[in-house]
Design a protein around this ligand. Sequence first.
Ligand code: ADP
Ligand code: YYY
Length: 229
Amino acid sequence: MTEILPCPIPVIAIDGPSASGKGTVAQRVATTLGYHYLDSGAIYRIAALAALKQGIDWQDEMALAEMATHLDIRFAAGEIYLNGDIITEAVRTEDISRGASEVAVHPALRAALLDLQKSFRKAPGLVADGRDMATVVFPDAGTKIFLTASAEIRAERRYKQLMEKGIHANLADILQDLQARDARDSQRSVAPLQKSENARLLETSHLSIDQAVNAILDYSRANTGKQVL
Ligand SMILES: Nc1ncnc2c1ncn2[C@@H]1O[C@H](COP(=O)(O)OP(=O)(O)O)[C@@H](O)[C@H]1O
Ligand SMILES: Nc1ccn([C@H]2C[C@H](O)[C@@H](COP(=O)(O)OP(=O)(O)O)O2)c(=O)n1
């Protein structure tokens, strides 16, 4: 008799470097499809902030991994809560961006955060963005996208984003920080930022947000029901 296996909950995995548009595009794709959304970068940002609050060094791998096993995190109505406090803005500072990238190099911390990330996979589906969504967290995702743009364009996008929020910024500093983070995220030994072999490359330097969203929706529709292993 042929065994009928349950159909896995679909996942659209979107990886890419900083300010490539992952969060913006992933949230729009999720809203269009009525899927859940995982901002995995926020989890590394929360870990960096929680460590700072608890006086744990960003280099102390074992203390970070221990801390991660009892993080009280909640995402609700667009806000992020840590131990009941709203930290949505606090995790977006440049300091915490660097901290997230620094704590993210530690294999024990990454392992401790794995189940939490996987728990976001709920019906009817999930759109997840980060650095290792397609390679490590959801390797069976049916749609895998590697979203990118040139470093100069990404720095300009981040600059505009900060200016819109009324945050003063310097374009040259942003470009430098972004390149340092790209290098650290790509060169670490575990789950480095890299295009999964079977991911679709989407270069957005000359695409609008709508064009990027539509390209992903089209590609995902063409992939429905398939698992890219
Ligand atoms: N294709 C695009 N064209 C122009 N601006 C974009 C595009 N994609 C994203 N943006 C803008 O770039 C900024 C950074 O995007 P964000 O989603 O925060 O990137 P990431 O999550 O990769 O860091 C946002 O202000 C967003 O509106
Ligand atoms: N899946 C992930 C997501 C983020 N990280 C790390 C590496 C990144 O520099 C930081 C912050 O990620 P985040 O996606 O929030 O950063 P950007 O919005 O792209 O600038 O966390 C990771 O190692 N793995």
